[in-house]
Design a protein around this ligand. Structure first.
Ligand code: SAM
Length: 280
């Protein structure tokens, strides 16, 4: 008997047309589909005329279910994993399953499709050459704020998921950590009836959210522009700032700026101004 396969299948994040032809073929061909929530997925699968045995995989039973799925693969079974929406494993279950299935030597096939983070980025107008996916931050305020503090000088675009009931307090926490001038994009209800992609500084995002309770409803991807140190049109990037931070405790500003400017091949004044801004 041939060895079984596991397929990781992306499903829509709202609009039911956002599924690939291949995803539908695979879901029709497998012996069983692992899902987060059987009732939710049954509805989705009915829409595509797919009727297969479902097995629930969630946070609390994933390890045990992974062993059961591997037992199916051992006898040549073909299994698909879907989540409630979008790409499995992206802030969704599946990590333990995939890790165990890979370790057991079976092939895992990605069947790509919708992902809220990528959809949001694609319409954000923010830099996408480098981005950092943070997903949902921990819920405890202190832990959240500490994580945001660590991210405040990250130069890549930051991508968060947030629940609607926390969206206003999250916006306030973002302002506290990144300052109200930082550019942000709030992508709400993408691909659905009330899709809204709102662009602006964090201060403007807060006014928008607070000004209309309807804008606080639904699902959100929040994207934040990476840290920039702008000085008269020129930018001292994070690595340059870090070198200055290392040198400044031991050298006069002028000397530190000379060394750093030589190292990075940039104007000394940029570094000298940075040193002065640190003193202020
Ligand atoms: N696996 C999914 C994916 O590929 O994006 C994410 C699942 S996670 C449990 C759900 C979160 O994703 C929501 O709380 C929201 O932050 C984001 N999300 C999902 N669908 C969305 C949509 N249509 N518009 C905006 N954000 C969405």
């Amino acid at each position: 008997m041939s060895k079984g396969d596991l397929y990781i299948v992306a499903t829509p994040i709202g609009n039911l047309q956002d599924i690939t032809l291949r995803a539908i073929d695979v879901l029709k061909e497998v012996d069983c589909i692992a899902v987060e929530d059987t009732r939710h997925s049954r509805k989705l699968l009915n829409h595509y005329g797919i009727d297969k045995p479902l097995v629930s995989v969630h946070e609390h039973n994933e390890s045990q279910r992974a062993d059961e799925i591997i037992a199916r693969l051992e006898v040549g079974g073909k299994v698909a994993l879907i989540s409630d929406a979008g790409t499995p494993l992206i802030s969704d279950p599946g990590y333990t399953l995939v890790k165990k299935v890979v370790a057991a030597g079976y092939t895992v096939y990605p069947i790509p499709g919708a992902c809220a983070a990528i959809a949001g980025l694609s319409a954000s107008g923010l830099a996408t050459d480098r981005f950092q996916f943070e997903g949902f931050l921990p819920q405890k305020t202190g832990v959240r704020l500490e994580r945001l503090r660590q991210l405040s000088q990250q130069t890549s675009t930051l991508v968060f998921y947030e629940a609607p009931h926390r969206i206003v307090s999250f916006c306030l926490q973002l302002i506290e950590s990144f300052g109200e001038e930082r550019e942000a994009v709030f992508a709400r209800e993408m691909t659905k009836n009330f899709e809204t992609i709102h662009y602006g500084r964090l201060s403007e995002q807060l006014v928008w959210l607070k000004g209309d309770r309807n804008q606080q409803r639904g699902e959100f991807v929040v994207m934040i522009e990476g840290f920039k140190l702008a000085e008269k049109g020129e930018v001292l990037d994070i690595e340059a700032a870090q070198l200055m931070d290392l040198l400044l405790p031991d050298l006069p500003p002028n000397r530190a700026a000379q060394i750093a400017a030589k190292f990075f091949g940039k104007k000394k004044k940029l570094f000298y101004d940075y040193a002065l801004s640190k003193k202020a």
